[in-house]
Design a protein around this ligand. Structure first.
Ligand code: ZN
Length: 321
């Protein structure tokens, strides 16, 4: 593994290498950008370079082998399925106030930092306000505005952009046994993110996407169908975010195909039939896109994802308007 093996983000990689070469590393980086584009991978690669005895992430020295096994005591990765809470804040406060065990440095990666509770954020703030010289934080988030300003202002900000369809194709060609047609489709519908592509490569997710398209186009009718699709699509925050993004892209495609008549510009290239079957009316498209965006916004404050999704489907399904 090397920085070069991670697809895209050339400017960010150059920026980070500069710090490694000059051995003058900031105490806290803020990596921000969409989920699933390689932010954590790049932070891990940085740690490999920092801890390696040759400085090149050789892969064979003692620290490199330990990192590979996930047993290097000076690399702390904090990430949770739910939120980063009280146990993690104890870890942040206690463990990292001591000297590193084996190296002169310690790297602390906090992934999905937007899920930090107030306790965890306060603990983090204390340690980066007066940082011991050996600690280096990588605070990683896909939702920068949910990170308290007091923390953000103490970090070196590294923004990451989404990957281009060409970079995504490069990734999916190399790492999966997919035919060319599927590679191109997945690269087109994954919203610039490898994580997004992997999500749609899951058969269940992919077929639910088709069902949603059929509901919108009116090919699949009935409240029960909508309700059960809504339930499945809203099972987790992640699922909900992906299906809402898909719905936006579907209406965008509907708009593009009717307003320009150019089907080569649509994103959901496998859903041409569903797009054509959907009754077109500019007002409907605008209203629907507004409602989807509203759902994306309120989803952040509301625990009842199913209800939000079900209401949305009722509102944007053509035959109910
Ligand atoms: Zn090494």
């Amino acid at each position: 593994m090397a920085f070069e093996d991670i697809i895209g983000h050339d400017r960010q990689k150059r920026f980070l290498k500069f710090f490694l070469e000059n051995k003058n590393i900031p105490h806290a980086f803020l990596f921000c950008g969409q989920e699933g584009i390689g932010k954590k991978k790049i932070a891990m690669e940085f740690a490999r370079h920092l801890f390696c005895q040759t400085g090149n992430a050789c892969g064979t020295c003692r620290p490199c082998v330990k990192l590979e096994r996930g047993s290097h005591p000076d690399l702390v990765v904090i990430e949770n399925e739910g939120s980063i809470g009280i146990d993690d804040s104890r870890l942040i406060t206690k463990e990292i106030s001591e000297y590193p065990f084996e190296s002169e440095k310690r790297v602390i990666i906090i992934n999905n930092a937007e899920t930090m509770t107030i306790e965890a954020a306060n603990a983090l703030l204390k340690t980066i306000e007066e940082p011991p010289p050996y600690n280096h934080f990588f605070i990683i988030t896909s939702s920068e505005r949910d990170i308290p300003m007091t923390i953000r202002s103490r970090c070196t900000r590294v923004p990451f952009s989404v990957l281009s369809p060409v970079q995504l194709e490069q990734y999916f060609q190399g790492s999966k046994s997919l035919d060319a047609k599927k590679v191109s489709l997945v690269s087109s519908i994954s919203f610039g993110s490898i994580g997004g592509g992997l999500f749609w490569l899951d058969d269940d997710n992919f077929s639910l996407r088709l069902k949603l398209a059929e509901i919108i186009s009116g090919q699949r009718k009935g409240f029960v169908a909508s309700s059960s699709v809504a339930e499945m699509a809203s099972r987790t925050d992640r699922n909900m975010a992906m299906y809402l993004a898909f719905l936006l892209s579907f209406f965008r495609d509907l708009f593009v195909s009717h307003e320009t008549g150019d089907m080569s510009r649509i994103v959901n290239t496998d859903l041409v039939d569903e797009i054509n079957a959907t009754k077109y009316d500019l007002g409907r498209v605008e209203r629907s896109m507004k409602r989807i965006q509203e759902s994306i916004r309120i989803m952040r404050y509301n625990v009842n994802r199913w209800l939000i999704f079900e209401n949305l489907l009722i509102q944007i399904t053509g035959n109910r308007q």
